[in-house]
Design a protein around this ligand. Structure first.
Ligand SMILES: NC(=O)c1ccc[n+]([C@@H]2O[C@H](COP(=O)([O-])OP(=O)(O)OC[C@H]3O[C@@H](n4cnc5c(N)ncnc54)[C@H](O)[C@@H]3O)[C@@H](O)[C@H]2O)c1
Length: 335
């Protein structure tokens, strides 16, 4: 293969041998394991990665290079044609700018579904049962502390906003708990993909759900999709679960809604300004908080890394991505 080098930004922790095997098909392997945005930009501009055709962007590497925005995309070598990102969410990559530069982008859907849906269910059950208050009380030697009764999931209406890979996996699990499931997407799914859930409008979802699970992607049009006007429409005592992205919810409005008990409680894995968490959430003993660990299992981390590597190999050998982001696949862009 002529001059098709691969670059790893950040680390591959669970599929190191498979990354090294990419060396059999790529003309060269580069690694950028640590550094800063300035350093990375200067190395790009100095031609250090001049023959890189496809790059592997690890999930943690945003901490090194910062967002893949227009400035960074302009600095990348002109040979670069593929960005293989490790993560189902890719709001830190400017996809329209990539498309404009002729760079195709892949993410890691599907591999993340089960682990993230498990965390959504954990948060939902924890929120329904006020688990955080019990956790704290028992460790502080207060036995049940300010214990209050929780709620059963059975017969409750679970509203899923964003019925994609993770949303569907949440629906499958929630059915086992006897929940009634409804969802809203921009368009209704074919019956075979609905998991028995009922399609409703966004407004109906807000008005009639007992638990709302956010499972849609973050972009300019979905930022703060849940804010005060949406909380006002919800049933009193609703439970909010967010394993998608923090900025989907206006966090200050959520704190107000929790304080007024409009929202009974919440289970959150993601926050508006990670790793910062609003003090109104930290100080609320009913809210279940996790530090963005949706996919944090050995099995899922390895599956995600292998999927990025499969995309990388497919880019180098076949000029084709396996899990290209939907925005770049016009026919599926509106699903
Ligand atoms: N907590 C974690 O560790 C973790 C792990 C993986 C993914 N995520 C997040 O979860 C999100 C969902 O992941 P996925 O793999 O299920 O993605 P997906 O693309 O399979 O599903 C997203 C769904 O949201 C729908 N959607 C988009 N905009 C909408 C809108 N305005 N209203 C209603 N529906 C809308 C899409 O049509 C799609 O069906 C990701 O974007 C990512 O940010 C978080």
């Amino acid at each position: 293969m002529s001059q098709r080098a691969a670059l790893l930004i950040g680390a591959v922790d669970h599929a190191r041998k498979e990354w090294q095997d990419v060396g059999k098909i790529a003309s060269k392997l580069y690694e950028y394991p640590e550094g800063s945005r300035e350093d990375f930009l200067s190395k790009c501009r100095n031609g250090e990665f001049k023959d890189v055709y496809a790059l592997y962007r690890s999930n943690q590497s945003n901490g090194l290079t910062g967002n893949f925005d227009d400035e960074l995309l302009q600095a990348l070598p002109s040979s670069l044609k593929y960005i293989c990102h490790n993560g189902a969410g890719y709001d830190n990559i400017d996809v329209p700018a990539c498309t404009k530069r002729g760079i195709l982008v892949s993410s890691t859907p599907i591999a993340v579904n089960d682990a993230t849906a498990d965390v959504a269910l954990f948060l939902m059950l924890g929120a329904l049962r006020n688990i955080n208050q019990s956790y704290q009380a028992v460790r502080q030697g207060k036995w049940r502390g300010n214990f209050q009764l929780g709620h059963d999931p059975k017969n409750k209406v679970l509203g899923i906003l964003g019925m994609g890979g993770i949303g569907s996996a949440v629906a499958t699990r929630a059915k086992a708990f006897g929940m009634q499931i409804q969802y809203h997407n921009r368009h209704q799914l074919p019956a075979s993909e609905e998991e028995g859930a009922k399609y409703v409008s966004f407004e109906e979802l807000l008005k009639t759900s007992d638990v709302l699970s956010l499972n849609l992607s973050l972009n300019a049009s979905t930022k703060h999709i849940i804010s005060k006007p949406q909380f006002d429409l919800m049933k009193d005592g609703i439970i909010i679960v967010n394993t998608a992205r923090g900025p989907l919810i206006d966090e200050a409005a959520l704190v107000d809604a929790l304080e007024s008990r409009k929202v009974w409680t919440a289970g959150l894995d993601v926050f508006e300004e990670e790793p910062k968490i609003h003090s109104g959430l930290l100080n609320n003993e009913n809210v279940v908080l996790l530090p963005h660990v949706g996919t944090a299992t050995f099995e899922t981390q390895r599956d995600m890394e292998l999927l990025v590597l499969d995309n990388l190999k497919s880019a180098i050998q076949k000029d084709k991505l396996i899990t290209q982001v939907p925005e770049q696949k016009k026919e599926r862009a509106n699903i």
